[in-house]
Design a protein around this ligand. Structure first.
Ligand SMILES: *Cc1c(COP(=O)(O)O)cnc(C)c1O
Length: 358
């Protein structure tokens, strides 16, 4: 008889030590916790999409080159001719592919803090050493501190969320370019919120050798289909493509994404409405003396209040789910993240917050 080892004994210690990515049960709530687009597909588009999806060859493996989707993305989002494109099962998968490819012994991943938690998580899962560099108290970038950390740590990859989740602002374009100049390795500019922002580095993809621009259709209104894309020099995409599982983007996602890009005007109008809603919500929040609202270039607004857990519970009791940031990082003490939703959702949220402080 051989002695059997338990899962806990066999699994790497750094994995048994952590919890899985928490997703709150949202049934019955107005969902303002995950930066989703609040509107379903318009009815006539639902019918058109149903017909197209019904014709998809479910018996065949997907085209590993995306079946024309890359060219559609290039057209729709002005991806430069000099850049090649990599598709992912959400940009979450692209982060995983990048960290797996770069995990040489001793290699480091550097990210700003607080930022998207999956950067640190993937460093841990892939076996990269993680280096976090704090933002300033007001969530602006301390560029001298960041450049000093890059010079000291010589990271294989730097992740920059542009705009930054979960804080809202984007950094100055010049600051990110300074990071690209200073970094010895790859600089990933994560533009998940590009639809709501007023700048992008996509125009430099393929031109700056160490720049990779990563985006997703999730925040634009297609979080359910899981499609992310990265644009970078052919040399980088060629290596990352070897790490990619050959059929990582399924046929239904390829078809639905192609369909959505042919109706991009619908999603762009919704994004414009959400930007307008963000402006209204920000103005109203800023009128409350005990609320500090941070300016945002994304479809969420992060606020700091005297007692975030109490306000979170109050809002939840009124049937609205937001994101509790308090406790996840020292700089996020007493912070909450509010996804910008439909006008009705936002009115309900605002009234709950106003009543709390009344
Ligand atoms: C939401 C988000 C992602 C993940 O996007 P998916 O394509 O849905 O996996 C990546 N980066 C940032 C900064 C995000 O906020």
């Amino acid at each position: 008889m051989t002695t059997k080892l338990s899962a806990r004994q066999l699994v790497r210690e750094e994995i048994t030590a952590i919890g899985a990515y928490p997703v709150a049960d949202a049934s019955g709530y107005i969902k303002l916790d995950a930066m989703e687009n609040p509107w379903p597909l318009p009815l006539e588009l639902q019918h058109e999409l149903a017909v197209e999806l019904a014709q998809v060859a479910l018996n065949r493996y997907p085209d590993p080159n995306g079946g024309g989707l890359k060219e559609q993305l290039r057209q729709a989002f002005a991806i430069p001719a000099a850049a090649d494109i990599l598709l992912g099962n959400g940009s979450d998968e692209l982060i995983t592919l990048i960290t797996q490819a770069l995990a040489r012994p001793g290699a480091k991943l550097l990210a700003l803090e607080p930022s998207f938690v999956m950067y640190k998580m993937n460093a841990l899962l892939s076996g990269l050493q993680y280096v976090g560099v704090p933002l300033r108290e007001d969530f602006t970038l301390d560029l001298p501190l960041l450049l000093a950390a890059i010079a000291r740590e010589q990271p294989a990859v730097v992740f920059v969320s542009y705009p930054n989740n979960p804080t809202g602002p984007r950094y100055a374009r010049e600051e990110v370019l300074a990071v690209c100049r200073a970094a010895p390795g790859l600089v990933v500019v994560d533009e998940a919120y590009q639809s709501f922002a007023d700048d992008s580095l996509m125009d430099l993809a393929g031109e700056l050798d160490n720049l990779l621009v990563m985006r997703t259709l999730s925040k634009l209104g297609l979080a359910g289909i899981r499609l992310g894309y990265a644009a970078a020099s052919p040399a980088w995409i060629n290596e990352l493509n070897k790490v990619r599982p050959p059929y990582n983007v399924n046929v239904l996602t390829l078809a639905a994404a192609g369909f959505a890009l042919r109706h991009l005007d619908v999603f762009n109008r919704q994004a414009a409405e959400l930007r307008a809603e963000r402006g209204r919500l920000f103005a109203e929040l800023s009128c409350l003396p005990l609320v500090r609202a941070f300016p945002s270039q994304a479809n969420f607004i992060t606020i700091r209040v005297p007692d975030a857990p109490a306000l979170y519970q109050h809002i939840k009791q009124r049937g609205i789910l937001i994101k509790q940031l308090h406790g996840s990082h020292p700089l996020l003490a007493n912070c909450l993240r509010l996804t910008v939703g439909s006008p009705d959702d936002n009115a309900a949220l605002l009234s709950a917050i106003q009543r709390f402080f009344a």
